[in-house]
Design a protein around this ligand. Structure first.
Ligand code: 5AD
Ligand code: FES
Length: 351
């Protein structure tokens, strides 16, 4: 198995059957070896730096019905909210005070936020915080809409592919298509965004072969960012009674992604911190180099409930900022409050 890990380290690539072997048969000492190699590559490209993104969850209305997600349209128990432009700007002001230079605007697919409202929001943030990077995460949209947001000043876009297994994708996403998901990701890249894809780990019925597809897809797409985290059941969804993903499986996948895409921006996600008190620290030690503390106003924090038990819902933005800094330092890393663009990013003007 060490030979396969060495090959991955050297070539940044593995054949399908090698990835399958790797995911099936890691012994504990081989696992530590994999993490050490991932760490080495991460240090080579990014040193000990951990980039910070301020996450603003600005609407939990969603027209989609993803089986796993707590804010799916069919969940009538979800207490819906949307923030006004002023509330988002206030969150950014607090973010700036705490030193953030990236704002991630995440929301459900909310039809209230038409293209013109989103453009207005993006322009308002850009005007007030010209140096900050804006990351959008608002789901599947037509090419023209993505282009409008980019022209308004959005720099990055997160759209997890969720799972690259068509059959599993279809089972989890009523009335959606994986083909269309991929088209959206291709469009985002073409327009010039720094793009984030990613998937969940431990979905009901998800097998090693499915992760292999995720890894192969990521290698083909070559996104700038990859968000992965364990699936965690939400009680008011059809998957509420299922078992969630594990820390170990998520860490192994993080490390493999670091080796497949050496310069990728890879968050240690909130979901990982939710299933284990040191999940995010362990994520960093397996090759992750980004964290995304919450800047969402306290009054609505709890309502952005994608899964049960989500951490940080009771903590002020300043508290999360302080807490995460301590955690990063204790784990042997350094906080970096810069914009944290991808290493090969040549700026938006070249597009
Ligand atoms: N468990 C873990 N992650 C989830 N997401 C949505 N619901 C859940 C859940 N129950 C993830 C999806 C989505 C991201 C914003 O949150 O991958 O893209
Ligand atoms: Fe939010 Fe620790 S990061 S409380």
């Amino acid at each position: 198995m060490r030979a396969i890990i060495d090959k991955l380290y050297k070539d940044q690539f593995l054949q399908e059957h090698e990835l399958t072997d790797l995911l099936y048969g890691l012994k504990p000492e081989e696992e530590s070896y994999l993490f050490a190699k991932a760490q080495e590559i991460r240090t080579k490209h990014y040193g000990k730096k951990v980039y910070m993104r301020g996450l603003i969850e600005f609407t939990n209305y969603c027209k989609r019905d993803c089986q796993y997600c707590g804010i799916r349209a069919s969940n009538k128990k979800a207490d819906r909210y949307r923030l006004s432009i002023d509330q988002v700007l206030d969150a950014c002001v607090e973010g700036e005070r705490l030193g953030y230079q990236t704002y991630v605007l995440q929301g459900g697919e909310d039809e209230y936020f038409t293209d013109s409202r989103l453009v207005e929001l993006i322009e308002a943030i850009k005007k007030k915080f010209p140096k900050a990077a804006i990351t959008l995460s608002v789901g599947e949209k037509p090419y023209e809409s993505y282009l409008k947001y980019f022209e308004a000043g959005a720099d990055r876009y997160l759209l997890r592919h969720e799972t690259a297994s068509e059959e599993l994708y279809n089972r989890l996403h009523p009335r959606m298509s994986f083909l269309h998901r991929k088209e959206c990701l291709n469009n985002l890249k073409r327009i010039g965004y720094q793009v984030g894809a990613g998937f969940m780990v431990g979905l009901p019925g998800q097998k090693v072969e499915d992760y292999v597809r995720d890894l192969i897809y990521l290698k083909e797409l070559e996104p700038h960012m990859v968000g992965i985290g364990p699936f965690i059941p939400h009680k008011d969804t059809p998957l509420g009674g299922e078992t969630g993903g594990t820390l170990e499986q998520t860490l192994i996948l993080l490390a493999i992604i670091r080796l497949l895409l050496p310069k990728v921006l890879l968050p240690a996600t909130t979901a990982l911190g939710t299933i284990n008190p040191f999940g995010r620290e362990k994520g960093l030690q397996a090759g992750a180099n980004v964290v995304m503390p919450n800047l969402t106003p306290m009054q609505v924090r709890e309502k952005y409930s994608l899964y049960d038990g989500k951490i940080c819902t009771g903590d002020e933005a300043a508290e999360c900022r302080r807490c995460i800094e301590q955690r990063i330092n204790k784990a042997g890393f350094e906080l970096d409050m810069g914009r944290g663009d991808h290493k090969e990013w040549r700026g938006r003007d070249v597009y």
